[in-house]
Design a protein around this ligand. Structure first.
Ligand code: GLA
Length: 394
C-alpha cells in the first residue's frame, strides 16, 4: 500500500517530532517543585555587605550545622553582592574575586554540599550589580552555565542598572537561561516590588521581593509587613512573596521584636533567609531561628500566605494562616508601647463555635481547650503565636 501525499507528509512529521528534542514550550516551564515551601537559608548581605569570602562561607556552612539550623530546615548558603570582579574578555565569563575566593567557586560549592547544604549566588539582570560589579545583562546563558558548572543551587537576581529594560522580559529570559543551564536552580527575583511582580512573577521565579530593602529597625519591619501582606493571593507552592531577608540577631531590635519579625514572616509564608552572623550568635537568637514549631507554620505544605484578620484596637492585631491539617496558626501581635490583652475569636478564623485546642508555639506548651475565643496578654512589640485546632465553621 502506498501513502497519499498528505499521509506521507503526516507520517514524516510524526517521525520528526518523535526524534526532536523536547518542544521549547515544555522546556520553558519553571520547575515549581524546587520551592514547594518557602526557601530557607542564609545570605551574607544584611550583616556582611561586601565583606564576603571563601572563609566566611565555609564558617557559615559549619555554623549552620553546629547551630542546628540545617536540621531545623535551613538549606541555602547564599553569597550576595561583591563576589565578582570582572568579565573575561576572551570567553565572556564572569570572574570571581581571586583574592577573596582563592579556591574558586566550584571548590566552595563542594564544601557547602559536603556539609549537607546547598549553595547560592547573586547577580543582577541589568548591566551592573547594585555595588557596581558586572551584571548579567546580555550574558544570561553564559552566567547560568557557569553557575551550573560550579554547582550553584540558588541564584538571587537584582535589578540595579536596568534603565530602559523591562523587568518581566528580562527575568523571563533569565529563567529560560536557567532552564538550559543543566542544573536545577532556585530563582530569586529581586526588583524590590518596583514593577508589581506579584502580578507576573509566579511561573517566572520561585520567589520575588515585594518591597525595598529591609533595615534592622522596628519601623522597617512594620512597613514591610504591611506592604507585603497585601499581596497574599499571589503566593503558593512554587512561588512566594519575598518580604526580604531576616534581620533577627543583627542588634537593631529587641529579642521581643525579633520574635515578632520571625513569627510574622512565618505567618506570611515568607522565605526564611537568616542575615545575621550565625557563627557567633547567642543562644537567645539561635532559639528564635530554630523554633521548629514556628518554622513548621512557615513551611506548611498547604502553602497559603496568612493575613491580618482582625484589629480589635488600633495596633492590636490578629493574623491567621490556615494549615494543611485544618488547624490555624494565629499571631496575636501588639504594635503598641504597652502590654495588652488580645483575643482571637473563632468566628474570625473560620472555626465553629465549639471546643478547640490551643498550643503556644513560643512557650512550647499546650494551653488547653477553649470555646469561641482565646485571649492572651501580649508584651509591647511582641507576639503570642498559637496553633488552634477545632471544627471548621460550615
Ligand atoms: C539590593 C538588594 C539587596 C542586596 C543589595 C546588594 O539593594 O535589594 O538585597 O542584594 O542590592 O548590593
Amino acid at each position: 500500500m502506498t501513502l497519499g501525499p498528505h499521509r506521507a507528509a503526516a507520517a514524516a512529521l510524526a517521525l520528526a517530532l518523535a526524534a526532536a528534542p523536547q518542544a521549547p514550550a515544555q522546556s520553558r516551564q519553571l520547575d515549581r517543585s524546587l520551592a514547594l515551601t518557602p526557601p530557607m537559608g542564609f545570605n551574607t548581605w544584611n550583616k556582611f555587605g561586601c565583606n564576603v569570602s571563601d572563609a566566611l562561607i565555609r564558617g557559615i556552612a559549619d555554623a549552620m550545622v553546629a547551630s542546628g539550623m540545617r536540621d531545623a530546615g535551613y538549606q541555602y548558603v547564599v553569597i550576595d553582592d561583591c563576589w565578582q570582579v570582572s568579565r573575561d574578555s576572551a570567553t565572556g565569563r564572569i570572574v570571581p574575586d581571586a583574592q577573596r575566593f582563592p579556591n574558586g567557586m566550584r571548590a566552595l560549592a563542594d564544601y557547602v554540599h559536603s556539609r549537607g547544604l546547598r549553595f547560592g549566588i547573586y547577580t543582577d539582570a541589568g548591566r551592573r550589580t547594585c555595588e557596581g560589579r558586572p551584571g548579567s545583562y546580555r550574558s544570561y546563558e553564559t552566567d547560568t552555565r557557569s553557575y551550573a558548572e560550579w554547582g550553584v543551587d540558588y541564584v538571587k537576581v537584582d535589578w540595579c542598572y536596568s534603565d530602559s529594560l523591562v523587568s518581566r522580559t528580562q527575568y523571563t529570559e533569565f529563567r529560560d537561561a536557567l532552564l538550559v543551564a543543566g542544573r536545577p536552580i532556585v530563582f530569586s527575583i529581586c526588583e524590590w516590588g518596583s514593577t508589581r511582580p506579584w502580578e507576573w512573577a509566579s511561573g517566572v521565579g520561585h520567589l520575588w521581593r515585594t518591597t525595598g530593602d529591609i533595615g534592622d529597625r522596628w519601623y522597617s519591619f512594620l512597613r514591610i509587613l504591611d506592604a507585603s501582606s497585601t499581596h497574599a493571593r499571589a503566593a503558593g507552592p512554587g512561588g512566594w512573596n519575598d518580604p526580604d531577608m531576616l534581620e533577627v540577631g543583627n542588634g537593631g531590635m529587641t529579642a521581643e521584636e525579633y520574635r515578632s519579625h520571625f513569627s510574622l514572616w512565618a505567618i506570611m509564608a515568607a522565605p526564611l533567609i537568616a542575615g545575621n552572623d550565625i557563627r557567633t550568635m547567642p543562644d537567645s537568637i539561635r532559639e528564635i531561628l530554630v523554633n521548629r514549631e514556628v518554622i513548621a507554620v512557615d513551611q506548611d505544605s498547604l502553602g497559603v500566605q496568612g493575613w491580618l484578620v482582625a484589629q480589635p484596637r488600633p495596633d492590636l492585631q490578629v493574623w491567621v494562616k490556615p494549615l494543611r491539617d485544618g488547624s490555624r496558626a494565629v499571631a496575636l501581635f501588639n504594635r503598641t508601647e504597652a502590654p495588652a490583652e488580645i483575643a482571637v475569636e473563632w468566628s474570625a478564623i473560620g472555626l465553629a463555635p465549639s471546643q478547640a485546642s490551643v498550643r503556644d508555639l513560643w512557650a512550647h506548651a499546650d494551653r488547653g481547650r477553649f470555646r469561641d475565643r482565646y485571649a492572651a496578654t501580649v508584651p509591647s512589640h511582641g507576639v503570642v503565636m498559637v496553633r488552634i485546632a477545632g471544627q471548621p465553621a460550615r
